[in-house]
Design a protein around this ligand. Structure first.
Ligand code: PXG
Length: 293
């Protein structure tokens, strides 16, 4: 594709963007990352993504060797260098190069890279027909072992869940926490609509503090829906009027079947559709401009 990639302070052709085999991001998944969307030349919710990146890093005691403003400029420069109008941005900060032991103290300098690329959008049929998802046996990492708010490079828990879902013929994996409460999907947050209220599990149950999730919680009241965090069981989902998933790549996707139970009418519901329309409108209206000021 001939991309220019930001790597440790320089823009380099993607073929030259190489990382050491001793980088602890690779050896141990020791690092943090973000996934950010670019819509019509504007970066959506950039400040919130940067805040989550810096908070994730602080939580694992990883010092990002740039200020937030410098990081923001690096992201903007990377998008500009690739002349993108719409796309997906992946900033990554790893513990950096160390030895074969896992001690982070032996990694003097974090590795920073930013990929800005185009995005393969999900087919429109997905939004029109909705998804069939299934609960997997892989439980979400316990929050007292790995806090779900840390968006780390360590995604094996999610990948194991995804493999199970693939194997069972489901589009997404619904993950429960160690107590059996609904946490989230392998790469998306989950919402239930019950009697006009829009509900999503609190992060302490085992969910990432998703940026799209936050946008939905902000948009819902303006459309006349009460929006709150709630601890949810599978029963709450099976008997919901509507269920949908949220994520940067997927945006807002209706779910029409869970574990063989039809959700609501079996078609994407009106609340999901209105939220999705409002979300799309917002992505065209706000965001950090890349090509002006
Ligand atoms: N939960 C998890 C575990 C995630 O990884 C979300 C929720 C949604 O969060 P945002 O901030 O994007 O609304 C994510 C999203 C993919 C992909 O291929 C998604 C994510 C990471 C890597 C790949 O869809 N994170």
């Amino acid at each position: 594709m001939g991309l220019l990639v930001y790597l440790d302070g320089r823009l380099v052709p993607e073929e030259e963007a190489k990382i050491s085999i001793f980088d602890h991001g690779l050896l141990y998944g020791d690092g943090v990352f973000e996934g950010i969307r670019l819509y019509s030349g504007r970066i959506f919710r950039l400040e919130q993504h940067l805040e989550r990146l810096y908070e994730s890093a602080a939580s694992i005691r990883l010092n990002i060797p740039m200020t937030r403003e410098e990081f923001k400029q690096a992201i903007i420069e990377t998008v500009r260098a690739n002349k993108l109008q719409d796309g997906y941005i992946r900033p990554v900060v790893t513990r950096g190069v160390g030895d074969l032991g896992l001690d982070p103290v032996r990694c003097p300098r974090p590795t920073v890279f930013i990929i800005a690329s185009t995005i393969q959008l999900y087919p429109e049929s997905l939004y029109e027909n909705g998804l069939r998802i299934g609960t997997v046996s892989t439980r979400k990492n316990a929050p007292d072992s790995l806090n779900p708010r840390i968006k780390s490079l360590n995604y094996l828990n999610n990948i194991l869940a995804k493999l199970e879902a693939n194997n069972a013929g489901f589009a997404e994996a619904l993950m429960l926490n160690h107590q059996g409460y609904v946490a989230e999907c392998a790469a998306d947050n989950i919402f239930a609509v019950r009697r006009g209220a829009v509900l999503t599990p609190p992060t302490y149950v085992g969910a990432l503090a998703g940026i799209t999730r936050q946008v939905v919680l902000e948009l819902a009241p303006g459309l006349g829906y009460q929006a709150t965090e709630a601890v949810l069981t599978l029963h709450d989902l099976y008997t919901a009027d509507e269920v949908f998933l949220t994520g940067t790549a997927a945006e807002i996707v209706p779910v029409v079947e869970i574990d063989g139970r039809t959700i609501g009418s079996g078609k994407p519901g009106p609340v999901t559709r209105r939220l999705r329309a409002a979300f799309r409108e917002l992505t065209q209206r706000e965001g950090t401009p890349v090509y002006s000021s």
